[in-house]
Design a protein around this ligand. Structure first.
Ligand SMILES: [Zn+2]
Length: 394
């Protein structure tokens, strides 16, 4: 868990602050699942029949769990919006070192960040998102100066509240313009406590803030950086906490989503400051799609390996509609593709060279985005299925 190093000498504290940008944590409000068998791909949330409380289980194939269905939180369009209040940085501690109003207070910049965060998840799997301000029934986002709102107010940038609350019904409802889920209303709290934002009394260096926009605001005109603040991407915070709302866990606390998918990305527990915003990783995409895309739950990962050094994990770069997969261990005799809803996209033209184990597939009938490719091989009864994120590079 990335936290500030405080168990060292005073001089080390100063050096580490000067040489490294300290990391802080994202919040996860109500425990985590860490007890899945390592051979089980992913922990899922389930709704039992009727109106029982959602439960957490480990499974490779949750759609076939008798008596349970995968707990998909979002049965309505997703949106999120900031609610201003007494802890609003406009009126409290989120000014810069000389009292200037900082960029995060710009409402239009704020809306843009929330929209970007929703869209990042939205584009993966027909997940329905809407922008932050067009409807009233939204996930609420508030600033808080109350340390008790955070598991650790000195290191948590934000926290998703009521994600894991156990209630009596599953799903999300909109009642009287108020968004409700299992046991209350979902809420993202952004840390505006003095213990996070204020200067450390000993070192004088620990002031932290958030920045909006799609890049780190560098340059001599940036008051925050010029005066030694550490700034963190607001979009990263929103992406992370929205990920929790969607049902995702910290990858560093859960089994591998898939072999070869590196446990990093926006859902990792901590983040370093003074960096550009991060993008969703293959781990993030894998976890999201396993939860929301039912056809992907029986994917096998062995035997078909995409080992292009330029392409990691799920991502498949294709050029001129041709995707190349190497180290194919089985003798391929047919290839077909399915979209994320399980619709058959038809047989794929392919060329397989058994000696070099090189497979070329014609993806001309497949759009960019997630696609499930099914390989039938000689000597195997069951097909091999592999999820790819297709991305054209020309
Ligand atoms: Zn978290």
């Amino acid at each position: 868990m990335g936290i500030f190093s405080i168990n060292c000498t005073a001089i080390n504290i100063v050096l580490s602050l000067l040489l490294l940008t300290p990391s802080v944590s994202f919040g996860q409000s109500c425990g985590s699942i860490q007890n899945c068998n390592p051979n089980i791909m992913f922990p899922y949330r389930f709704c039992p029949p009727g109106s029982g409380a959602p439960v957490y289980r480990c499974s490779n194939n949750p759609n076939n769990e008798p008596g349970f269905s995968v707990y998909k939180v979002l049965s309505m369009p997703a949106c999120a919006k900031l609610t201003r209040g007494s802890a609003d940085p406009n009126s409290s501690t989120m000014e810069d070192a000389v009292g200037n109003r900082i960029e995060v207070n710009d409402p239009s910049a704020w809306d843009a960040i929330v929209d970007q965060a929703i869209d990042k998840w939205n584009c993966l799997c027909n997940f329905t998102g809407s922008n932050s301000s067009s409807t009233s029934c939204c996930l609420q986002i508030v600033w808080s100066e109350n340390p008790s709102d955070f598991e650790d107010a000195t290191t948590r940038l934000g926290e998703m509240q009521n994600r894991f609350a156990i209630g009596t019904t599953c799903g999300v409802t909109c009642t009287g313009g108020v968004l409700r889920q299992v046991n209350g209303f979902p809420l993202i709290v952004l840390n505006n406590t003095q213990s996070l934002t204020q200067k450390n009394q000993n070192s004088g260096l620990l002031r932290r803030s958030l920045y909006t926009g799609t890049a780190l605001p560098v340059g001599p005109t940036n008051e925050l950086l010029a005066r030694g603040f550490t700034v963190y991407s607001l979009r990263d915070v929103m992406l992370h906490e929205l990920g929790h709302w969607l049902g995702l866990f910290h990858p560093d606390e859960t089994p591998d989503c898939a072999p070869g998918v590196v446990k990093t990305g926006i859902m990792k527990k901590s983040v370093f400051g003074n960096e550009n915003p991060n993008e969703l990783s293959d781990q993030d995409k894998c976890a999201f799609m396993k939860l929301y895309c039912p056809t992907l739950t029986s994917v096998e990962w062995d035997e078909i390996v995409n080992d292009d050094p330029n392409v990691g994990g799920l991502l498949l770069h294709i050029s001129d509609d041709i995707g190349i997969i190497r180290n194919v261990e089985c003798d391929v005799n047919s290839v077909s593709a399915f979209d994320i809803q399980g619709r058959n996209l038809g047989d794929m033209k392919f060329a397989f060279d058994a000696s070099s184990k090189r497979l070329e597939i014609d993806f001309h009938n497949v759009s960019n985005g997630p696609v499930l490719v099914e390989f039938n091989c000689s000597g195997r009864q069951a097909p091999i299925r592999r999820l790819f994120l297709v991305q054209r590079v020309n």
